[in-house]
Design a protein around this ligand. Structure first.
Ligand SMILES: N=C(N)NCCCC(=O)O
Ligand SMILES: [Zn+2]
Ligand SMILES: [Zn+2]
Length: 319
């Protein structure tokens, strides 16, 4: 935590209209306007890894725009995430749209640079490919991490068109590379058709347990939360939220929508339950504004990021 300096929060919305000015996440200061940040929000406008609808490269700008309405006090977690600690927006990481390998290494090195001073990253994508370089950066610092992955999709497939690095494959690569804890990692919200039964066997072998969307419905939210917490233990936790974990009614603006998903209320409740765990980083990916309506998806993503940042906030007002 940055001591000596009072945190700079968002400007007062009753003095500066919240719809004016450049969009940073939650109207927070830019990283270059503060001395250091405890939590850094960064965008990765990259979607060259998608298998279906493109457009998640425009996700960061869309989520920032919708995040203008967020307020400083989060009653659901009883925290002031922007007062207790310094949160700042680092802008966007440059990722080459024509060279996937270069993009991946640009993301890894930018993420490494942004976290070298101890700041934790909350990344807004971008398609799910970006989770791989982000996990590489996180595992360099923390060793293998618990991955808590909210998604309709497993994203542990092997290749698409022979390509090993895509938005459907980041967690297989991460598992193979030893970036994740194989005994504690978990998918939440899985549903929909697969390529074959084998997908589930491979997924288990790669280190993931599953709380499906159907299980949340049949067993209830409280049961799912306790199953989730039981699996996670207390190793360093990385949270990856593919916004398509939400039902298309709650998140139409995404590239590979699947019917029968979670509500935003359920997702926010599951994230709030992570408070107090050792969250070392997070991403929110797959927001594709071209398919969004009335910012439905972007509002959900902004709130997901806000709840994650709140869950990362120390409870004691330690300043
Ligand atoms: N990561 C996301 N959103 N989707 C992966 C879907 C891969 C497929 O086309 O089967
Ligand atoms: Zn997905
Ligand atoms: Zn995904």
């Amino acid at each position: 935590m940055s001591d000596q300096h009072e945190p700079v929060g968002p400007p007062d919305a009753s003095i500066n209209p919240r719809y004016s000015g450049f969009a940073t996440f939650a109207r927070l200061p830019r990283l270059d306007e503060v001395v250091t940040a405890d939590i850094t929000v960064v965008g990765v406008p990259f979607d060259s890894g998608v298998s279906f609808r493109p457009g998640a490269r425009f996700g960061p700008a869309h989520v920032r725009e919708a995040s203008r309405l967020l307020r400083p006090y989060n009653p659901a977690q009883d925290v002031e995430p922007f007062t207790t600690q310094q949160v700042a927006d680092a802008g966007d990481i440059v990722a080459n749209p024509f060279d996937l390998d270069e993009a991946i290494s640009q993301i890894e090195s930018a993420a490494t640079g942004l976290t070298d001073g101890g700041s934790r990253l909350v990344t807004i994508g971008g398609d799910h490919t970006i989770a791989l370089p982000l996990l590489r950066a996180v595992a360099k610092k923390h060793g293998p991490v618990t991955v808590l992955h909210f998604d309709a999709h497993l994203d542990t497939w092997d290749t698409y068109f022979g390509a090993p690095v895509t938005h459907g494959t980041p967690f297989r690569r991460a598992s193979e590379e030893g970036l994740i804890d194989l005994t504690t990692s978990l998918h939440v919200g899985i549903r929909g058709p697969l390529y074959s039964r084998q997908d589930l066997h491979d997924d288990a072998r790669l280190g993931f347990a599953i709380i499906s969307s159907a299980e949340i419905e049949s067993e209830g939210l409280a049961h799912s939360i306790s199953r989730m917490l039981g699996r996670l233990k207390n190793s360093p936790l990385y949270i990856s939220v593919d916004i398509d974990v939400l039902d298309p009614a709650h998140a139409p603006g995404t590239g590979t929508p699947e019917a029968g998903g979670m509500t935003s209320r359920e997702l926010l409740a599951m994230i709030r339950a992570l408070r107090g765990l050792n969250i070392v980083g997070a991403d929110i990916v797959e927001v594709a504004p071209a398919y969004d309506h009335a910012q439905i998806t972007a509002v959900a993503a902004a709130h997901v990021a806000y709840e994650i940042i709140s869950a990362m906030t120390p409870s004691t007002q330690s300043r």
